[in-house]
Design a protein around this ligand. Structure first.
Ligand SMILES: Nc1ncnc2c1ncn2[C@@H]1O[C@H](COP(=O)(O)OP(=O)(O)OP(=O)(O)O)[C@@H](O)[C@H]1O
Length: 370
């Protein structure tokens, strides 16, 4: 556990970057610091590994005040990941990862072995090991940065905007991989971001800071959305917080999933019309995985790939109500496509049934994920 006790940082020019911050980052969980630019997120993070010294107050790691700890020992306990990864340009990928293990006193051969294992763990092929940082994309560099922080097997991880230097698609991938990794390693993590979506997605708890370094609220994502402490937090978590909240509610098992007629590519439109519920028919591949919808009102002859309407998203029944709602809203037929874990068709849901499921979940006090 990481504990901030009345921590204040006043820079020499008089700026109060962090003002009397007290909070606990629980063991094995992800705590996110989020807030507008200049609200003291990075300063708070860097006070933990003493890159910045607090003006007053203290920070405790598993009960031990950091100011009393040997600096080298303190840093060895803490993995540190920064924006743009900050890799050493003259070392190749495996050597970069191995540096933190070496600092911990692990023999070179063993450190390189650990580094190679971690490379795969963060989703990079072993062949990347010999490359230099400039030969990697931004997303690959970030992965190496995470692997390097993990190579010393630290108890704590500090991550400063680790996924912000990449495009939204790669960022989404990195976030998903990171959550999977954390399920295995269960580190005590504090991450800084200015992106509320990222905070709500990754955080077990989220600390919202306001300008002047004052803690506005610390709570679970669900609590922040349903019970913002004040108008600053309410504005910061976003105007669409009612809709976002659905991300935290499992699609009710009572959700009525209907049988959806399907055809294969190559089926004649006339034959498809016989099985279709209305003008829209769902096309699946040989493994019964949905490919897209076809509008039979505009179709003659065999159904081709180029006839597919691909606008509909897929949801699985164990997804959140937000995903199921999106599937229903995005489907041209108005029927959201539900798949199982192997992307095989399970059926479809009508928008009206999703809305009914949302209403009954709300009436039952939401339930679902914590
Ligand atoms: N070395 C310094 N000397 C003086 N003021 C500083 C120093 N470093 C940061 N500050 C100020 O302290 C405040 C907090 O800065 P900090 O970098 O912690 O904010 P942040 O929330 O991480 O911002 P961003 O999201 O823009 O990175 C800002 O007003 C900043 O200008």
């Amino acid at each position: 556990m990481i504990v901030f006790k009345n921590v204040t940082k006043r820079y020499d020019n008089g700026t109060i970057a962090v003002d009397d911050l007290s909070l606990e980052a629980p063991k094995g969980r992800i705590t996110i610091f989020v807030g507008p630019s200049g609200c003291g997120k990075t300063t708070s993070l860097r006070m933990i590994n003493r890159l910045i010294a607090p003006t007053s107050g203290s920070i405790l790691l598993d009960g031990q005040p950091t100011e009393a700890m040997n600096l080298a020992q303190l840093r060895r306990k803490i993995g540190y990941v920064i924006q743009h990864a900050g890799l050493f340009p003259h070392l190749n990928v495996v050597q970069n990862i191995a540096t933190t293990a070496r600092l911990k006193g692990i023999a070179k051969k063993q450190a390189l072995l650990i580094a190679s294992e971690l490379l795969e763990r963060v989703g990079l092929d072993l062949s990347f090991g010999n490359r230099y940082p400039w030969q990697l994309s931004g997303g690959q560099q970030q992965r190496v940065g995470v692997a390097r922080a993990l190579a010393s097997d630290p108890e704590f991880m500090l991550m400063d905007e680790p996924f912000s230097a990449v495009d939204p698609v790669v960022r989404h991938q990195l976030q998903e991989e990171f959550l999977r990794l954390q399920r295995d390693i269960g580190k005590t993590i504090i991450m800084v971001t200015h992106d509320i979506d990222e905070a709500l997605k990754l955080g077990d708890q989220v600390a919202v800071l306001r300008t002047g370094g004052v803690l506005a609220q610390v709570a679970s994502p669900k609590e922040l959305l349903s019970n913002p402490a004040d108008s600053f937090v309410a504005d910061f978590v976003g105007r669409d917080r009612g809709y976002r909240y659905l991300s935290f509610v499992d699609a009710a098992s009572s959700l009525a999933v209907m049988i959806e007629p399907v055809v294969a590519l190559g089926t004649e439109a006339a034959a498809a019309r016989i099985v279709a519920k209305d003008q829209w028919i769902l096309v699946v591949n040989a493994a019964a995985q949905p490919l897209g919808w076809v509008d039979l009102d505009r179709q003659s002859g065999p159904l081709r790939e180029s006839d597919l309407n691909l606008s509909g998203t897929l949801a699985s029944q164990d997804h959140s109500l937000r995903q199921v709602l999106d599937a229903a809203l995005s489907a041209p037929s108005g029927r959201g496509v539900i798949v199982d874990a192997g992307r095989v068709l399970a059926g479809s849901v009508r928008l009206s049934d999703v809305v009914a499921a949302i209403q009954s979940a709300k009436a039952a006090g939401w339930g679902g994920r914590p």
